[in-house]
Design a protein around this ligand. Structure first.
Ligand code: NDP
Ligand code: MG
Length: 380
C-alpha cells in the first residue's frame, strides 16, 4: 500500500484526492492537514484513520483533539503541526493542496525528509522554485504536477527526453470574463467572478482564473517544473477546456492531452505515476463537441497575465511580490473590501515599489511577503 499525506485535505483538491483514494482502495492515508474546517476533518479522520492530523488554527486543533479522543489519531496545531506532518515517518508522498505561499515551509520540510511531492500548491513553486527544484534534485525527490495543465505537459513528455521540446503551449479557458473590455470589468461583482465556466475550484483560484493571474502563476510553475525559459511557454486560450495543454517538439510535432475537465485525472496520475489506472467518469464525445476553438489571450485587459510575465522576466524576489500582493488583494476582494480591477492595482503598486533581491533565501521570501501585506494593508 502506498502511504501518503495531504496538506489541505478539506479543500477542493484535498477532497478530490480523498475521492481518488476511496475509489482505488489501495492507498493508506498517514496524515491530513487543514486550516480550520474541523467538522470535515473529523469525518475524514473517522473514514481514513490517519496517524496524525494538523489544524492551522490552534484553538480548533484543541477542539478537534477533544472530538476525536476516541480514535488513535494524534492532533497537532499551527505551522509546527504542518511541518511535523510533512515529514512523518513511513509516508512516501505528500499532496500539497493548501492554498497560497503558506505551503512553502512544509513543502521544503517534506522534500528534506525525502517525500515525493504531488504538487497542486503552485504559489510555493512560483515564489520558491529556485530553492525547491535544486533541493528536490539533491534529495532524489520527484515533484509530480497536479495542476491540470502541467499534468497534461507531463503526460505529453512521458518517454520523451524533456530537453527536446521547443514550446510548452499552456491552455487557458479565459475565465468567466473572456472577451470583456476593461470598461465592462469595472462593473463585475464577486458573484460574477466566482462563476467559472468549466471548473469548480476553491475561491482563491477561481478569482485568479478570472483575472488571469492563475495563468501567470502557471507560466512560472511550468518554467520551474520543466526547466523551460519564459519564451518557451505560450498561453493559448481554449475556451472549452478540453485540451489541457500541449507540447511542441523540435520537429514541429505537437502532442496534446485532452479530456473532460475533471481534476481527479491529474490527481490520480500523480498518485500512481508512472502507472495509468482506470478512472470512472464522463468521456469525451468528439461528435457532440463539434469544434474546438483557440484565441490569443488579451494581455492589455487581463493584466494579471502580463504582470506575471513581467515578474517572471525580472526574476529574483519579484514573483514573490507578485504572488503575495495577489493573495492579499484576493482576500480583500473576497471580503468585498476592493473591486475586481483593484486586484491589478494592488499587484502593480506592490511591484513598482519593490527593490528586487536576487536569489532570495526562504527567510527573505517570507519577510517580503509580510512587508508586501503590511504595505498593501496600509494603502487599501
Ligand atoms: P481550497 O480553498 O478549496 O482549499 C484550500 C485548503 O487549504 C483547505 O483544506 C484549507 O483548509 C487549507 N488552508 C487554507 N488556509 C490554510 C492555512 N493558512 N494553513 C493551513 N491550511 C490552510 O483550495 P483549492 O483546493 O482550490 O486549491 C489548493 C491549491 O491547489 C491552490 O494552490 C490552487 O492554486 C491549486 N489548484 C487547485 C485546483 C482546483 O481545481 N481546485 C486546480 C489546480 C491547482 P480549511 O478548509 O480548513 O480552510
Ligand atoms: Mg491549472
Amino acid at each position: 500500500m502506498k502511504k501518503i499525506g495531504i496538506l489541505g485535505s478539506t479543500g477542493s483538491i484535498g477532497t478530490q484526492t480523498l475521492e481518488v483514494v476511496r475509489q482505488n482502495g489501495d492507498i493508506q492515508i498517514r496524515g491530513l492537514a487543514a486550516g480550520s474546517n474541523i467538522e470535515l476533518l473529523e469525518k475524514q479522520v473517522r473514514e481514513f484513520t490517519p496517524e496524525m492530523v494538523s489544524v492551522m488554527d490552534e484553538a480548533k486543533a484543541k477542539d478537534l483533539a477533544v472530538r476525536i479522543q476516541d480514535t488513535r489519531t494524534r492532533v497537532a496545531g499551527g505551522m509546527d503541526g504542518m511541518l511535523e506532518l510533512a515529514s512523518l515517518e513511513d509516508m512516501e508522498l505528500l499532496v500539497t493542496a493548501v492554498v497560497g505561499m503558506i505551503g512553502i515551509r512544509p513543502t521544503i520540510e517534506a522534500i528534506r525528509a525525502g517525500k515525493d511531492i504531488a504538487l497542486a500548491n503552485k504559489e510555493t513553486l512560483v515564489t520558491a522554485g529556485h530553492l525547491i527544484m535544486p533541493l528536490a534534485h539533491k534529495s532524489g525527490v520527484s515533484i509530480l504536477p497536479v495542476d491540470s495543465e502541467h499534468s497534461a505537459i507531463f503526460q505529453c513528455l512521458h518517454r520523451e527526453t524533456p530537453h527536446t521540446f521547443r514550446r510548452l503551449l499552456l491552455t487557458a479557458s479565459g475565465g468567466p470574463f473572456r472577451g470583456y473590455s476593461r470598461k465592462k470589468l469595472e462593473k463585475v461583482t464577486l458573484e460574477d467572478t466566482l462563476k467559472h465556466p468549466n471548473w469548480v475550484m476553491g475561491q482563491k483560484i477561481t478569482v485568479d482564473s478570472a483575472t488571469l493571474v492563475n495563468k501567470g502563476l502557471e507560466v512560472m510553475e511550468a518554467c520551474w517544473l520543466f526547466q523551460a525559459d519564459l519564451e518557451q511557454v505560450e498561453v493559448v486560450v481554449q475556451p472549452q477546456s478540453v485540451i489541457h495543454s500541449m507540447v511542441e517538439f523540435e520537429d514541429g510535432a505537437v502532442m496534446a492531452q485532452l479530456g473532460t475537465p475533471d481534476m481527479k485525472l491529474p490527481i490520480q496520475y500523480a498518485l500512481y505515476y508512472p502507472e495509468r489506472r482506470f478512472l470512472s467518469g464522463e468521456r469525451l464525445d468528439f461528435s457532440a463537441l463539434g469544434t474546438l476553438s483557440f484565441e490569443a489571450p488579451d494581455l492589455d485587459t487581463f493584466q494579471g497575465l502580463a504582470m506575471a510575465m513581467e515578474a517572471a522576466r525580472t526574476g529574483g524576489s519579484m514573483p514573490t511580490v507578485f504572488n503575495a500582493a495577489n493573495e492579499q488583494a484576493v482576500r480583500k476582494f473576497l471580503h468585498r473590501e476592493i473591486g475586481f480591477l483593484d486586484i491589478y492595482d494592488c499587484i502593480r503598486s506592490a511591484m513598482n515599489r519593490h527593490q528586487v533581491v536576487v536569489e532570495p533565501s526562504l527567510e527573505t521570501i517570507l519577510e517580503i511577503e509580510t512587508d508586501t501585506n503590511q504595505w498593501l494593508e496600509s494603502r487599501w
